[in-house]
Design a protein around this ligand. Structure first.
Ligand code: AQP
Length: 333
């Protein structure tokens, strides 16, 4: 019998997910569930690399869990769990930290970006974030990791750490490959299309959040920054705003850029922006309805994340104890 390949991916519960998180990552997660063994996590340990309000983080973690289910992750098919519930992640983090170089972590652009954004809190966790992420992936011996392009550098580091460990201790970790969807791999801010759309953007018009109401979604697209021309045409360099809107429209409708250009030829930006807003609102409506029913049923949610944890720990426990043996720790009594 052919064994299925394993997928791992995670998302931080720092705020309601954006359209970028959905189109770049979670939409793919759902589509992969039938063909792969999928392990998905709400990575709350990563979230605390930036200062969080404890009560809000707790609530946002549960909301993120419900939202992930609403986006199509079926906890019966996938192992969907909350990262901090599984102690193996912190333990693996230490083993891998001792196999990661200071120099390679210093080159991570996310560390540089986030240090600039939070100059008063450049903590060690922010620096070693990619090691924790490498552990998340390697604990499940994942073959593939669905991510947006922004996470490619971190995945490359996870691959290097896995290869170094394998070289030192003998073949052990599966070296993971990135899985980047064709459309939506990088959704840009609606207010500055040279910057990625982010959950934690201070400008409320820059990001569309999955739970935004219909009017807000349509208005955010109406206000989206474009250029001084009038032609709906894909040119990521010269027309980043319009190209971003075309990417979003294409990811939501399945239409190619050629088809979009033909449909909106001679229409001007106003009509196109309205069409993108309406389409995104239609696309998010069923997710919002499902979310509203999941979030009310806290017992059901608890049951799902408890079962998800059991499935995840069964796999991660085996990997961790083998890694402990490899590095020379005495078997636990
Ligand atoms: N703009 C984006 N376009 C496409 N994919 C994206 N992802 C994030 N932003 C975009 C993908 O979403 C997954 C989960 O991301 P994360 O929660 O680990 O955090 P992040 O990459 O740091 O995303 P944010 O929204 O910018 O969060 P904050 O503001 O909290 O730092 C990843 O696979 C990512 O590639």
């Amino acid at each position: 019998m052919e064994t299925k390949k394993t997928i791992f991916s995670g998302i931080q519960p720092t705020a309601v997910f954006t359209l970028g998180n959905f189109l770049g990552a979670i939409k793919n997660w759902g589509a992969l569930q039938d063909s792969f063994d999928c392990v998905y996590s709400i990575v709350d340990m990563h979230a605390i690399t930036v200062r969080q309000d404890a009560a809000k983080l707790r609530e946002q973690t549960l909301k993120s869990y419900a939202l992930t289910m609403a986006c199509g992750i079926d906890p019966e098919k996938s192992a969907l769990f909350i990262q901090s519930h599984n102690p193996h992640h912190a333990e693996m983090n230490w083993i891998l930290s001792c196999n990661t170089q200071f120099g390679e972590l210093s080159r991570m652009t996310q560390f540089k970006d986030k240090s600039e954004k939070h100059p008063d809190d450049i903590n060690a966790g922010l620096f070693t974030y990619p090691v924790l992420m490498a552990g998340d992936i390697l604990l499940y011996q994942a073959d593939l990791v669905p991510i947006g392009i922004d996470q490619k550098q971190h995945l490359e580091l996870a691959r290097n750490v896995a290869e170094r460990f394998n070289f030192r201790y003998g073949d052990f970790f599966t070296v993971p490959e990135p899985y980047i969807g064709e459309t939506g791999a990088k959704i840009m801010s609606l207010q500055d299309p040279t910057k990625k759309m982010s959950k934690s953007d201070d400008n409320p018009n820059a990001s569309v959040y999955i739970l935004d109401d219909r009017n807000s979604i349509i208005n955010k697209f109406k206000r989206a920054v474009t250029d001084s021309e009038t032609e709906v045409r894909f040119d990521a360099e010269k027309k980043p705003g319009i190209s971003n809107l075309m990417t979003i429209f294409s990811a939501c409708t399945g239409k190619s850029f050629d088809e979009i250009e033909k449909t909106f030829s001679g229409h001007g930006y106003g009509d196109f922006k309205s069409a993108v807003g309406e389409t995104v609102a239609d696309c998010l409506k069923p997710i919002q309805d499902k979310y509203n029913s999941f979030i009310k049923d806290r017992d059901y949610l608890k049951n799902c994340y408890t079962e998800g944890l059991k499935k995840a720990m069964k796999i991660s426990g085996k990997t961790l104890s083998k890694a402990y043996r490899k590095v020379g720790f005495v078997d636990k009594p």
